[in-house]
Every structure is written in C-alpha cells, then in structure tokens.
Design a protein around this ligand. Structure first.
Ligand code: KIV
Length: 278
C-alpha cells in the first residue's frame, strides 16, 4: 500500500513521526523507498547538489519534471512530492495550477511543495481545489533567501516569530496537508507544531516537529561543497567513493583489473581458427 497525504495527516494525531528525505534519481528512490522512508521529496535542492548551480533559483520546470519521473519510477510505497521551482507558481494562480498539474500528470508525483506563507495561501487553495495535495514550506525559504538576508535562522525576534506563526497558520488553513519548517528556533517550531492542525516536518527546526527531512546527499556525506550545521551525517560516503575510485584507477593502471574473475573465459581454438582463416 502506498503512502497518501491522508496517512501523513493522520500521523499528527497518532504521534508517529514522519520521515522525509530528498531523492533525485531512480536508484536513490529505490533505496529510500525500500528503507521505509515515508516521503520522497524531489527537492529543487537538486539544482545545487546534482546540477551544480549556486542556488535553487535557476532550476526549471523541465529539470524538475525530468528528475521527478525518475524518482516516481523507482518508488513503490513512499509519497512522492515534487518541489515547484522558483517562478513556476508566483506569476499567476492559473499558471501555478497548470504547473502543479504537470508534476502529477507528466511526472507521476502524488503532491507538490511550494515555498511561502500568507502570500501563497490563495495559490495553495487553488491547487488543492484542483485536486492536487500541497505541502507548504516556511521559515528559511531558499528560493527567496536573498530577500530574507541570506541562509539564516528565521523567527529569532518577536516580530519575525509572529510573522512566521501567521504564515504557518495561513498555509495550514489554505488546505496544505503538511508543512516544512526550515531553520526555525526549536521552541518556536514547537509552538507552531502545537498550533497548526497539519503535521510539521522540520529541517534545522529542532526535535519537536511531527517529522524530519534532510537532503540525502548531506546526511550521507555525498556532497562536499558545504554541509549545514543542523545536518547529522549518518555516513561519509564521499570518502569511501574517492578511495574506491583511486583503487580503480590504480588497478587499471597496473593491469590487475580486470582479472580472470571479472572476464568472460574465451575459447582459444576459435581465435586460432580465425587467425588461420585470414
Ligand atoms: O529542496 C529541498 O531539498 C527542500 C528541503 C530542504 C526541504 O526544500
């Protein structure tokens, strides 16, 4: 049975913590899905960790759909959420509904995520009314990080904490089924979690959210350019990968790979006959 937005909503009531990780391709999706992760987010963070952009801003709809298709093909049980890229939902509500529809129709996503609070509440309502489940995202919103003063913890003073709470309530009341809280002080995240009726999924938002999300490349130690301080690295695979790559280069160089075990045994008679028939 596949996970649905209704299941995710119900976990708030039952107190079962929600797990969400990013996936950008088929093999990773298969691994996360078989590990029992509840939600696979095809995050626009792929722009930085997979495509090498400096931020998530340049990511296009076509790039997102390409990766979402691969993740959908690799997923059997998890809920697949497609992240709407910058400027795919801000220009008009009709365009937002159209683009949200593309994630579902063309890429097999079960839901979409978009960033913002009160300013996107009526867009969320429209997408939900069109039959597409929406996950919200408030706090640090990377697509507009420059306007927020950079990649910083949000809601540190009373006024910005109040705005963040109002944003979270607006997204919840607009009909979103879950809400990402990114880079929010733990006590504020706890209060927001107690206030809104939908599950909160924290990233750099402390232990009291209803679930947790991380960028998979960060938590597996696959992305070396930088790693936010709130990330727990469960592995450091880039070190293992570099050692394996160096072994390959050395063994090919010295001729010890491929060896007998990794070759197809040939029939030397055939080669002899070939030579004779020349
Ligand atoms: O794009 C992304 O990976 C995200 C998560 C960090 C929540 O939005």
């Amino acid at each position: 049975m596949s996970m649905t937005p209704v299941d995710i909503l119900s976990f708030k009531e039952s107190g079962r913590k929600i797990t969400m990780l990013t996936a950008y391709d088929y093999s990773m999706a298969r691994m996360l899905d078989s590990a029992g992760i509840d939600v696979l987010l095809v995050g626009d963070s792929l722009g930085m960790v997979v495509l090498g952009y400096e931020s998530t801003v340049p990511v296009t709809m076509e790039e997102m759909l390409h990766h979402c298709r691969a993740v959908s093909r690799g997923t059997e049980k998890a809920l697949v959420v497609g992240d709407m890229p910058f400027m795919s939902y801000q220009v008009s509500e009709n365009e937002a509904v159209h683009n949200a529809g593309r994630f579902v129709k063309e890429a097999g996503c079960h839901a979409v995520k978009l960033e913002g609070g009160r300013e996107v509440a009526s867009t969320i309502k429209k997408i939900v009314r069109a039959g597409i489940p929406v996950m919200g995202h408030v706090g640090l919103t990377p697509q507009t990080a420059t306007a927020l003063g950079g990649y910083k913890v949000q809601g540190r003073d009373l006024e910005s904490a109040r705005r963040l709470l109002e944003d979270a309530v607006a997204v919840s009341e607009a009909g979103a089924f879950a809400l990402v809280l990114e880079c929010v002080p733990d006590t504020l995240a706890r209060y927001i979690t107690e206030t809104v009726t939908i599950p909160t999924i924290g990233i750099g938002a402390g232990p009291w959210c209803d679930g947790q999300v991380l960028v998979t490349h960060d938590m597996l130690g696959l992305f070396e350019k930088f790693c936010p301080s709130f990330v727990k690295q469960y592995a450091k695979f880039s070190e293992q990968m570099k050692a394996a790559l160096a072994d390959f280069a050395r063994e090919v160089g010295q001729g010890s790979f491929p060896d007998e075990q990794h070759s197809f045994k040939g029939d030397s008679d055939i080669v002899e006959k070939l030579k004779m028939s020349k």
